[in-house]
Design a protein around this ligand. Structure first.
Ligand code: F0G
Length: 455
């Protein structure tokens, strides 16, 4: 299988290049593991000819706005609608799309009261076709995998990437292989990849072990890796920020807060912000902050203990299984965008995550545990004075509530922290619990319950 090249059939030449994030080497093709052939660091996609296109920021905004009235498949995608900032296709029908993106920006009035930040919003990426933000990246990466002639695509995953990969592979007529840590991902996510037809391997290791193995596999077999090491994924995920800014009439919020796992999403959002700023689409940069679970806090430790100079990996442990990652691949990219935008990096406890998740649920929105770290982190950032009450804040909710029903059921039944967290530490969660009530099927019993619930 040839290395993926900018001159693959269907890919317009000269539109983009691969650039190493460490040594800056620029090339027209990338090896199967998406690492620099000189220094081995990660690659990113750049567009050396953007400036020559002659498009003004106003031009771009009005093109993207007009496409919202179009009925063509590529314009109905909330990712490809922004295609001027993506690797170019030769023909519009080459895109593998499930109408990803187009996700709502919600106000969060109750969480606003709780945090004391009145202008608080949630960009809900959990309302994508497979229920997570991964779809925005997958539509682009799967499209380029097919253009490069691959029959097999593969990923290591904590569940959402594998669900998304399996769906887009199926839509694009490719086979998919997913490697997931056995017993450490939710059934909802696993069942998605089964239904979409992936060859699903539950490996007796953690996510980091799965990713290590995949890196070796892609050098030995003609499979195309669709983890966020793949820079096409990050190009697609950039559109979250473009769509968000469009929803805010291009008035930048003061803060964007995102969960951190393998750190691809924060890197993508940061890249988008920097590109938008350079192209004059926004006049100032929002601060991009990353929140991790205390038990999977590699970036927090890397920034605090090694000043962002070398990765401090951890043995990851958290009930927010989507971000149960100890050796994040994109840590350098994330550290760079945090510094460039002036954002913060915080960690939150398991109890804080559970509380925040229930509070987001009480808004009638809901999200999976990994997404709730954003609200828990915001509370800390407000306390520290990093976020001011008069500022506008956007939380990126990365996954749908239905992604992890076991967590939600255990929370409401009061079983989530059984034996792991001191009872007094989780007592504050009791008012948020709504356990299901089993009753005899009589009017009396239901009436009594209704009256008791009024109290
Ligand atoms: N939130 C959710 C719901 C996720 O599934 C993930 C990552 C993240 C946040 C963290 O994003 O890795 O870009 O920093 N899930 C990956 C997966 C690892 O395999 O589904 P990140």
């Amino acid at each position: 299988m040839p290395p993926l090249s900018t001159s693959a059939p269907g890919v317009r030449q000269t539109k983009f290049r691969f650039r190493c994030i460490a040594c800056g080497d620029v090339s027209e093709s990338a090896s199967q593991n998406f690492r620099c052939s000189h220094c081995g660091d990660l690659l990113e996609i750049t567009y050396p000819h953007w400036k020559e296109s002659g498009r003004t920021a106003q031009d771009l905004k009005s093109t993207w706005g007009q496409r919202r009235l179009s009925r063509s498949a590529i314009d109905l995608s909330g990712v490809w609608r922004f295609r001027e900032l993506l690797p170019a296709l030769e023909r519009e029908d080459q895109a593998i799309t499930l109408r990803e993106g187009n996700t709502p920006l919600y106000e969060l009035p109750q969480c606003a009261r709780i945090t004391g930040v009145p202008r608080l919003f949630a960009k809900h990426q959990g309302l994508n076709p497979t229920g997570s933000f991964k779809d925005a990246g997958m539509t682009v990466a799967a499209t380029f995998a097919r253009l490069a002639g691959f029959r097999w695509v593969a990923c290591a995953s904590t569940g959402n990437t594998s669900a998304s990969l399996a769906a887009y592979a199926a839509r694009g007529g490719m086979r998919s292989l997913v490697l997931v840590p056995e017993g450490k991902i939710s059934w909802s996510k696993l069942s998605q990849s089964l239904d979409y037809g992936a060859v699903t391997c539950q490996l007796r290791t953690d996510f980091d072990g799965c990713l290590r193995l995949l890196q070796e596999l892609v050098l030995r077999a003609p499979v195309y890796q669709l983890n966020s090491i793949n820079p096409f994924r990050l190009e697609g995920q950039k559109t979250l920020a473009l769509e968000l800014l469009e929803q805010l009439d291009w008035q930048p919020p003061d803060h964007i807060i995102v969960p951190g796992g393998n750190l691809g999403n924060s890197s993508a959002i940061g890249k988008a912000l920097l590109e938008m700023h350079a192209l004059g689409l926004i006049s100032r940069l929002p601060k991009l902050s990353v929140i991790q679970a205390e038990g999977a806090n590699a970036l927090v430790r890397t920034l605090r203990e090694a000043a962002g100079k070398r990765l401090i990996s951890v043995q990851a442990e958290t009930r927010a299984t989507a971000i149960r990652i100890g050796n994040p691949a994109s840590w350098k990219k994330a550290a760079h965008v945090l510094e460039a935008t002036g954002g913060a990096c915080e960690q939150v406890s398991e109890v804080e995550i559970a509380q925040a998740k229930a509070e987001i649920g009480s808004e009638g929105i809901g999200c999976e545990p990994a997404s709730a770290v954003t609200l828990a982190g915001l509370k800390k950032l407000v306390k520290q004075g990093f976020v001011k009450p008069e500022e506008t804040v956007v939380l990126v909710l990365t996954g749908n509530l239905l992604k992890d029903p076991d967590y939600t059921m255990e929370f409401h039944r009061g079983d989530l922290f059984k034996g792991t967290v001191d009872k007094s530490a989780s007592a504050g969660l009791n008012p948020l619990r709504r356990p299901p009530i089993v009753l005899d099927a009589t009017l009396d019993a239901v009436m009594r319950t209704l009256q008791q619930s009024e109290k």
